[in-house]
Design a protein around this ligand. Structure first.
Ligand code: GDD
Ligand code: MG
Length: 364
């Protein structure tokens, strides 16, 4: 394609939806909104913003609601990331469609890229914009194929790639092609979304546009893609970033088996593998073994403890010889020596479990 035919990213604005409560990641999201949870050393949202910036789009609106103040306190006007960030806050959460409608007055560009704020991806954003332009659609949806579509928006397309239906979280999906959570909207279509009440873009806006015969195009690709909304996916996505399996411009190509942030202390005989991240001021004791672990700032893992595919919150402590697997430990919680927590256990912030206080098996 000739350069003058390509989309000018300068005429495109981005909106990132970050107003959800992140309930599936509780208790970590009781204090921090999901997009601000540390992921490979920085808030998750930093990876997404830097990808948008890399595509040449610098005008970015954050659609906030839950814990709105945390975003502005951390990012300010976005200058540190080379972007111009503005904030539009819903006093009462308006849902995904309501959140898009709520920023309408802040939009100046004719083309608006909308992102779910919890998707880790490697898609070429400019290609999605090109599909939008060449197809002449009013809305374009980025689509990916997954093993089990039931937790997502199922989106069948016809032979021309045009969207034929939008079925949010159906138990009986007709295809494994799903909504990847990135949309291109012609600005006028956003103005048609009902204002001042909660609206789901997935359950209301897209089905209504399709019922009216409007043109929604699909852009399918096979780039890296992961919704970070559950502990399993959060841990996997973080490890994939550390190991370079998931791309992020903010990691500058540094990748390996583990990432240890400045100010952390790791004993020389501790083992850190599987994309483990150790936050600043965290301490990892002798003979501890961390495999795919996400250790937030200031957490302490004592001697001989094993932490696998788990998240250990800010300032939490895991005692000597404890075994933590597929578990979320809330901020400042203390897990006593030789406890065992497995298979989806969640410990609430500040909870103290005494030495030997919980076992999931009796064979050790
Ligand atoms: N501003 C605002 N207001 N943002 C919201 C609100 C709201 O009321 N509710 C949710 N969001 C934001 C969340 O913060 C998140 O970034 C995004 O909208 C999507 O919400 P999730 O709660 O993560 O939705 P999901 O993962 O169950 O499903 C969505 O994403 C899937 C792909 O990851 C849907 O769009 C599915 O169709 C899609 O397949
Ligand atoms: Mg999600």
């Amino acid at each position: 394609m000739a350069p003058d035919q390509q989309h000018d990213p300068g005429s495109v604005q981005a909106l990132i939806l970050v107003g959800g409560k992140g309930t599936r990641l509780r208790p970590l999201t009781l204090s921090a909104p999901k997009p601000m949870l540390p992921t490979a050393g920085v808030p998750f949202l930093t990876h997404l913003i830097s990808r948008i910036r890399e595509a040449g789009i610098t005008d970015i609106v954050l659609g906030t609601s839950y814990r709105a103040e945390v975003f502005a306190e951390y990012y300010g006007d976005g200058a540190d990331l080379g972007v111009n960030l503005t904030y539009v806050t819903e006093e009462e959460a308006l849902g995904t469609g309501g959140g898009i409608r709520n920023v309408y007055d802040a939009l100046t560009a004719d083309t608006v890229l909308v992102f779910n704020g919890d998707v880790l991806g490697g898609t070429d954003i400019r290609e999605v914009l090109d599909t939008h332009r060449t197809s002449g659609a009013e809305v374009t949806l980025h689509l990916v194929r997954v093993g089990d579509p039931r937790a997502f928006g199922c989106v069948p397309t016809d032979a021309d790639g045009r969207v034929s239906a939008f079925l949010e979280k159906t138990q009986d999906p007709p295809t494994n092609q799903i909504n990847a959570g990135t949309y291109v909207f012609n600005r006028d279509v956003i103005g048609e979304i009902p204002a001042g009440r909660p609206v789901s873009v997935e359950r209301e806006v897209f089905p209504k546009l399709l019922a009216e015969g409007r043109h929604i195009q699909g852009h399918v690709d096979a780039a890296y893609w992961r919704d970070m909304g559950t502990p399993e996916d959060f841990v996997r996505g973080s490890a994939d970033l550390v190991r370079g399996i998931a791309p992020s411009p903010s990691l500058n190509g540094t990748c390996g088996e583990s990432l240890v942030k400045a100010g952390a202390h790791v004993a020389s005989d501790a083992v850190l593998v599987g994309g483990t991240v150790v936050g600043s001021e965290a301490q990892i004791g002798p003979r501890a073994r961390l495999d795919g672990a996400v250790i937030f700032d200031g957490a302490i893992i004592e001697a001989g403890a094993v932490v696998e595919r788990s998240i250990v919150g800010f300032g939490a402590r895991v005692g000597r010889g404890a075994l933590i697997r597929d578990t979320v430990i809330g901020d400042q919680a203390h897990i006593g020596a030789r406890c065992e927590l497995l298979r989806g256990a969640r410990v609430w912030p500040g909870v103290q479990i005494p030495e030997n206080g919980i076992r999931f098996s009796t064979d050790v």
